[in-house]
Design a protein around this ligand. Structure first.
Ligand SMILES: C[S@@+](CC[C@H](N)C(=O)[O-])C[C@H]1O[C@@H](n2cnc3c(N)ncnc32)[C@H](O)[C@@H]1O
Length: 374
């Protein structure tokens, strides 16, 4: 999105910007509230995650999550017989806590892989990027914090991200007697509350929503196609893997008739609400991930589907070495239980895993779970 420039000498607020742009579709509203380069929620120094912030992630409960990711990456590196330079990319590193857990674990437990590693953090926003640079400075030139992947040459690469896809802006749509309509945000005057209206949809409605019966007033979210995002990532990877952790569903479950008010949520100081029209730029706005739609785009960009499973299964499978270590302590065990408990993070989150540049077929179990057409 092209964000409107602001005059540094004037008092600006997101409310004023949205007033001047009104009416705007909901995805633009969400984009401004989260990513306006000066005023957006994620454009600030990253204090959003953790006890003193607005929400917890799998990273907040201890280093094990990053350690298991490091083990998965090191195993891939070893099996791929990578002899020269290679790269890890973390998308959306926020406060860099996950990057630190992964880097420390690689340095300590996988020194052979560490030697020729280049680690890149990707965050388009300048203030968080400067914070990440500071947090990761002690690793020296091995670590780079970049706005995007455009300058990266092709290398064997492992990409990972946690809770980034759910932060991509989404359209809000609603079923009416005249068909699917889109929620747009209107500002009548700068000092009155923002209002929602329904207009003809500009977003392309998935065929499942077009072909099935939904009750009037059914509301849900759709995200614009981000094929170019996947294509750019793809272009800096000679071969490799991509691993995404997030909350969400396969498409039929996402658009289940009983999920009649969608998944959009707002978080501030660990309180959830469903009103994204207040406290602009002060709170997180998020919607669950339609993993089927993500997989379709990644596959269209040349990725092979390697896995799709609850975080519980993925982490348990990949933590075996750590959990059978003699020096396993109670804290690590508690960390594992929090990450994998099926009623909490273990069931709510999924791992979506792709490979690039190998001759593998799409994983048939993952394809079935995602209800991907052949
Ligand atoms: C919920 S936070 C993730 C926190 C962190 N990964 C963790 O696990 O604690 C979402 C982050 O994704 C970043 N983000 C959103 N879109 C992005 C994009 N296209 N490229 C890189 N980062 C992005 C946001 O700026 C924000 O810092």
């Amino acid at each position: 999105m092209n964000y409107p420039k602001i005059d540094p000498n004037a008092t600006f607020s997101l409310r004023k910007i949205i007033h001047e742009m009104s009416p705007i579709s909901f995805d633009k509203h969400m984009d401004l509230c989260l990513y306006h380069p000066d005023l957006g929620y994620y454009a600030q120094v990253p204090t959003q995650v953790g006890k003193d912030g607005d929400f917890f992630t799998s990273v907040s409960c201890g280093p094990l999550f990053g350690q298991i990711i490091a083990d998965v990456i090191a195993r891939w590196w070893k099996n791929a017989h990578i002899a020269g330079p290679w790269r890890i990319i973390e998308i959306g590193p926020n406060n860099a806590a996950l990057a630190i857990d992964v880097l420390d674990s690689l340095a300590l437990d996988h020194p052979d892989a560490w030697h020729e590693l280049e680690f890149c953090c990707i965050d388009p926003l300048p203030l968080p990027r400067a914070f990440q640079e500071k947090m990761l400075a002690s690793y020296g030139p091995k670590v780079r914090c970049l706005e995007n992947v455009d300058s990266l040459a092709e290398l064997p690469t492992f990409v990972y991200a946690n809770e980034v896809l759910d932060a991509f802006p989404c359209h809000l749509i609603e079923k009416t007697a005249e068909g699917w309509k889109e929620v747009t945000i209107h500002s009548i005057a700068q000092d009155t509350p923002l209002e929602e209206r329904l207009t003809d949809s500009i977003a392309s409605i998935p065929s499942l929503l077009q072909n099935c019966e939904y009750p009037l007033g059914y509301r849900t979210e759709i995200r614009d196609c981000s094929l170019s995002f996947w294509q750019k990532l793809r272009s800096c990877i000679s071969f490799g893997e991509l691993l995404w952790f997030d909350y969400g569903f396969a498409e039929p479950e996402y658009y289940a008739a009983e999920r009649s008010r969608g998944t959009l949520r707002v978080y501030q100081q660990h309180q959830a609400s469903d009103n994204p029209l207040e406290n602009l730029g002060q709170c997180d706005i998020t919607a669950h991930v339609n993993f089927t739609a993500v997989a379709r785009e990644a596959i269209a960009a040349g990725c092979t589907l390697k896995g799709f499973e609850p975080q519980e299964f993925f982490l348990t499978k990949n933590a075996a070495d750590r959990l059978t270590r003699r020096d396993l302590d109670a804290k690590t065990l508690r960390n594992f239980q929090t990450l994998t408990h099926p009623a909490h993070l273990g069931g709510k989150f999924h791992a979506l895993h792709f490979s690039i540049g190998d001759s593998a077929e799409h994983n048939s179990t993952a394809k079935r779970r995602l209800v991907l057409e052949s």
